[in-house]
Each structure stands twice: as structure tokens, then as C-alpha cells.
Design a protein around this ligand. Structure first.
Ligand code: PLP
Length: 396
């Protein structure tokens, strides 16, 4: 039986390879950090992790995880509503709500699940979902699982959003959905204007803070802090897998009736396992650290500004960024791959992105800054960029 399918898959896989679109995996044999070790033995500076605050290998989180292993064990062997809820899960949900200034929180195994399970329980045929064109795949999938009418507006384009709000006036409920930070450009959603338009047209607002939480805003509370609209957004989703420790786990936080309904009807919550105590225990400690001091957020902001300023001064063409993502534009797909390979030779690990991950002719190197990078690390990367930039005639 398998023969026919095997042939088909082998052909497809070689097509992917021939198109230069095959995704490999680089093997890391150390913990996640500013400097990592590859299985080749090479040590490289990592500029492609979502480890924005440097918490992936933080001793306090490791200690908190170990402690939770001792007190609450390894696994829950249950979904939340059967016997998968511990005091730790409830504490973490409260801490997340406290951090974002929301009413209640529901945890998921990942933000992919949070986004996948947020629309279907709340919206149906009479309703409309108005989504930014660059929203994350998990939002797109979540919207697909629900029967509401779909509207799309061009990335961060407020005129287009207003048109879509006018086109959907007859819906019972409407919600505008946006990423906080768009991961390929590093731009932020203009949430103040989105909230104003939503008020004008009587719509709800949902923001996915995966790349913005911990990063954007004076104290890292995300785009709702940056645009001073805390409490004016009905639904926030986020991940524990990026700035917040980088392990695993997602959440939806917001209005209490919404969260209560998700606990009744959200399928990834009802039918998928509870996150393990070690992750939850570390998460609790992490949110404590976030509120005790803004040292890590401050370091991240300083590092980002330092890198972006220097790389721009060197003559590189970069996308305007309001996050810890710096997109160095090369435009040509092949050049982006060559540039990244040369940088790896210099001990700098970054990824070159090209179509279809970014629009055609918009290839780039995406650099992600972290609070764990030292100024010396940043200087090493900047020097390598300049060296390779000259070698490959990107810089004069
Ligand atoms: C990473 C990401 C997700 C998925 O988060 P996971 O917890 O890794 O599933 C969802 N939305 C956005 C915008 C993201 O960047």
C-alpha cells in the first residue's frame, strides 16, 4: 500500500530540495544561551533565538523547575478539568493576569493551541473576525476552525482596517485580531489606533503578544503597555516559549467571562494534556522576577538600540523596528543564504529568510537580540556583518 505514497512523497521532497526550500535542523549540544555549541564542535554566538530576556538557561528558573519537580512530580497525566490542575497552575494563571492587568487567564500547552482554541467557542456564523494580513499561522488556523465571516486588512494599515470594519457592520460581534510584533519585520501593531477604531465601530480587540511580551513597553508588558491601552483589549494571547523562559506553554488572558467560556468549550484546553509542574513552577518564578526588577528588559532595550544603531551606521538597509528583531535587508534569496553561511563561518548564527516566508524579493537576515548578549558579543557580530557585507558587495 505504501509504495505509491512513498514515491509521491520522495518526489515532493526532492522538489522542495531543488527549489532550495528544504528546512534542515542544526544540532546544538549545549544549553540555549548567547554562546552555544554545535555538534560540529564549533562555538557560535546565537542571534536567532527567541531568548529575548536570556531566561532560557537562567539559574533561578532552573532552580524553580527543580523545586516543582520535587513538590509536584513530573507529569499530570490528565487534562485540566479532570485531574490536571494543581495549585501551581492556578497561581501561574493569576500571575499572568496580574502582569498584563487582565481579569483571568487560561493556560494551554502552547500559544498555537491558545490561538487555535480561542475563536470557535466565542464566534459563529453571525459574527466577523477581522485579521491583519501578517498574523501568525496559528491565528489563521484558529480562524479557519470557526464559522465566523473572515475579513483581512493589509499589515498595520488603518485605512484598510476601517474599510473592513465598515464592510462588516451587520455582524453580531466583531473582533479585530493582530500580532503585537510582526516577527519578520519587527514592526509593532499600532494598537492605539486599532483600539480607537474598534471603539468607533463597536468591535472587540485581540492581540497576540508572543514576540512583544517581555520585550515591548517600558516594563515588558507588551504592546498594550507601549500604547497605553492596558485593560482596553478584551483578549491577549501569549507564549511561555519565547521571552518568558523559552520552554513551552501558552495562555489566553482577558475578560473573565471569555476565559470562563474557554474553560468550558475550548478544544485544545479540553482535549490536551495539562502543562507539567516544572514548567509552571518556573513560570511563577519568572513572573515574580519580571515584577521585582526591569533589569533584563532594560538590558534588552539597550542591546537592541546599540546593535540597530551600529548596523545602520555601517550602511546596512534595515527595516524600521520597534522590537528586539532587526531585519537586515538583502532582497535576493540566494544572497541571504550565502550571507548567513559566511556569518556562521565567522561564528555568528543567524538565519536568512526568503520567499515564501517573506514576500518575493524581500529576502533578509533576521537578527534577534537578547539581554544575555554582552556588548562584546554585539561588537563581534557587527564586525562580522561588516566584513561579510564588504566581501559580498552589500557594503561599499
Ligand atoms: C511563536 C508564536 C506563536 C506560537 O507560540 P507557541 O507557544 O510556540 O506555540 C503564536 N503566535 C505568534 C505571533 C508567535 O510568534
Amino acid at each position: 500500500m505504501y509504495g505509491k505514497m512513498q514515491e509521491h512523497l520522495s518526489k515532493e521532497l526532492s522538489n522542495i530540495k531543488e527549489a532550495g526550500l528544504f528546512k534542515g535542523e542544526r544540532i546544538i549540544v549545549s544549553s540555549q544561551d548567547a554562546k552555544i555549541k554545535l555538534d560540529s564542535g564549533q562555538e557560535v554566538l546565537n542571534f536567532c533565538a527567541n531568548n529575548y530576556l536570556g531566561l532560557s538557561n537562567h539559574p533561578e528558573l532552573i532552580a524553580a523547575a527543580k523545586n516543582a519537580l520535587d513538590t509536584h512530580g513530573f507529569g499530570m497525566s490528565s487534562v485540566r478539568f479532570i485531574c490536571g490542575t494543581t495549585d501551581l497552575h492556578k497561581t501561574l494563571e493569576k500571575r499572568i493576569a496580574g502582569f498584563f492587568g487582565t481579569e483571568d487567564t487560561i493556560l494551554y500547552a502552547a500559544c498555537f493551541d491558545a490561538n487555535g482554541g480561542v475563536f470557535e467557542p466565542l464566534f459563529s456564523e453571525e459574527d466577523a473576525i477581522i485579521s491583519d494580513s501578517l498574523n501568525h499561522a496559528s491565528i489563521i488556523d484558529g480562524v479557519r476552525l470557526c464559522k465566523a465571516r473572515r475579513y483581512r486588512y493589509n499589515n498595520a494599515d488603518m485605512n484598510d482596517l476601517e474599510v473592513q470594519l465598515q464592510n462588516s457592520q451587520d455582524a453580531r460581534f466583531r473582533i479585530v485580531v493582530t500580532d503585537g510584533v510582526f516577527s519578520m519585520d519587527g514592526n509593532v501593531a499600532p494598537l492605539d489606533q486599532i483600539v480607537a477604531l474598534a471603539k468607533k465601530y463597536d468591535a472587540l480587540v485581540m492581540v497576540d503578544e508572543c514576540h512583544s511580551a517581555g520585550v515591548v513597553g517600558e516594563t515588558g508588558r507588551g504592546v498594550t503597555e507601549k500604547f497605553d491601552v492596558r485593560g482596553q483589549v478584551e483578549i491577549i494571547t501569549g507564549t511561555l516559549g519565547k521571552a518568558f523562559g523559552g520552554a513551552v506553554g501558552g495562555f489566553t488572558t482577558g475578560k473573565k467571562e471569555i476565559i470562563a467560556m474557554l474553560r468550558q468549550r475550548s478544544r485544545p484546553y479540553l482535549f490536551s494534556n495539562s502543562i507539567p509542574p516544572a514548567v509552571v513552577g518556573a513560570g511563577i518564578r519568572m513572573f515574580e522576577m519580571m515584577t521585582e526588577t526591569t533589569e533584563l528588559q532594560d538590558r534588552l532595550h539597550r542591546n537592541t538600540e546599540y546593535f540597530v544603531t551600529k548596523i545602520r551606521e555601517a550602511g546596512f538597509d534595515i527595516k524600521p523596528t520597534k522590537s528586539a528583531i532587526c531585519a537586515v535587508m538583502l532582497y535576493d534569496a540566494k544572497l541571504s543564504q550565502e550571507f548567513a553561511a559566511h556569518l556562521l563561518g565567522e561564528g555568528i548564527y543567524v538565519i536568512g529568510f526568503y520567499y515564501p516566508v517573506v514576500p518575493q524579493g524581500q529576502a533578509r537576515i533576521r537578527v534577534q537580540l537578547s539581554a544575555t548578549h554582552s556588548i562584546e558579543n554585539l561588537d563581534t557580530a557587527i564586525e562580522a556583518f561588516i566584513k561579510i557585507g564588504k566581501e559580498l558587495n552589500v557594503l561599499q
